[in-house]
Design a protein around this ligand. Structure first.
Ligand SMILES: Cc1cc2nc3c(=O)[nH]c(=O)nc-3n(C[C@H](O)[C@H](O)[C@H](O)COP(=O)(O)O)c2cc1C
Length: 326
């Protein structure tokens, strides 16, 4: 007698969705939902959680791409190759990906190290430790981005960095005065002792967002409210990079998100963490300016600054059972 085995992704759905949900997302908005099909897990973007300032849904799609990479890595941890279809059904545009399993393949050492980093990877907004990045890491991160169809361009020259820092600071000044941006920041920031499982906790940001030499101006989560718990200052990050995609559409943004999460997990596996800067990229004119003034070979989707740092407390996430639609 033959027994029908439940497909791997459905029998491990809770674990896989937990893996996906540890992904970084803009303002920790976690703009994703999941549906467990007969042999696939479906990933949906949750438009109710889209930032009002994210007009095109670019940050939402990058966040969903990051979740998709977590899900793929979860499938790898089970010893299978993931089979992914992006935007598989034009009649259901919110269905951003369908993930099933293909052939079995042993988990590699690098994948194992990324898997171990999932629980402690975090967005790092506090001071970095002194010192360079581990040898060969930047080359590895560039390969990660390429493998996901994106490019990680390093901003190495001081003149290029100064141009970027100037553009980021000007965008921050502009957006600081924008009531919609302020309202959105207030909506998604949480007191240090909040038990709410989304949004950015005051434990993870510093009071002043202004850049110091070598550090780009960060998004101002505090807005002068005195919530912030992180110290300022510290060493400058060891590297600045821009994540690029060839085009600007939903597929490219999903690719950017997968590349971002892969780069961040690989870095975290070496105890290297990143500050992320998407605020200046919310302004189309600023995106174009960064691309032109730095002569970048693609469209900027995320700015990153990387450095060595201590492992931080993981930020809160909604549990898998709140994310699954029947
Ligand atoms: C698309 C996207 C945009 C982001 N933009 C910023 C940003 O401008 N400033 C910032 O400090 N963090 C930014 N982040 C990081 C998120 O705030 C962070 O992922 C979220 O709060 C969850 O925390 P964690 O990464 O520590 O798990 C961004 C993340 C994503 C995926």
């Amino acid at each position: 007698m033959t027994t029908l085995r439940e497909p791997v992704v459905t029998s491990h759905a809770q674990f896989l969705i937990d893996m996906a949900a540890r992904a970084p997302s803009v303002h920790n908005s976690q703009p994703w939902r999941f549906r467990i099909g007969p042999s696939t897990i479906e990933v949906y973007c949750d438009k109710q959680r889209k930032l009002r300032t994210d007009i095109l849904g670019r940050d939402m799609l990058i966040s969903c791409g990051a979740a998709l990479f977590g899900l793929r890595l979860g499938v790898r941890s089970l010893g299978y190759l993931p089979v992914v279809q992006l935007l598989p059904d034009p009649t259901r545009p919110h269905l951003v990906a369908q993930v099933g399993t293909g052939a079995s393949a042993p988990v590699t050492g690098e994948e194992n190290r990324m898997l171990e980093a999932v629980p402690y990877r975090h967005t790092h907004r506090g001071p970095f430790e002194p010192g360079p990045l581990p040898d060969g890491l930047l080359r590895g991160l560039r390969d990660d981005a390429l493998a996901e169809g994106a490019t990680l361009a390093l901003v190495k020259e001081n003149a290029a960095y100064q141009r970027l820092a100037g553009i980021v600071a000007a965008a921050a000044d502009h957006l600081y005065l924008d009531p919609r941006t302020q309202e959105e920041t207030r909506r998604w920031t949480r007191d240090a002792d909040s038990l709410v499982r989304d949004g950015v906790s005051a434990q993870t940001f510093a009071a002043t967002a202004a850049g110091h030499p070598g550090r780009l101006t960060q998004r101002d989560f505090d807005l002068g409210r005195g919530l912030a718990q992180l110290p300022t200052g510290g060493e400058s990050p060891a590297a600045t990079a821009v994540l690029l995609t060839p085009g600007e559409n939903w597929v490219e943004w999903l690719r950017a998100g997968q590349a971002l999460h892969r780069v961040l997990l690989h870095a975290a596996s070496k105890r290297v963490f990143a500050s992320l800067y998407s605020q200046p990229l919310e302004l189309p004119a600023t995106r174009a300016l960064i691309r032109d003034r730095l002569a970048l070979p693609g469209n900027p989707q995320m700015l990153l600054q990387l450095g060595c740092a201590n492992i931080g407390e993981p930020t809160a996430r909604r549990p898998a059972d709140e994310l699954i639609d029947a």
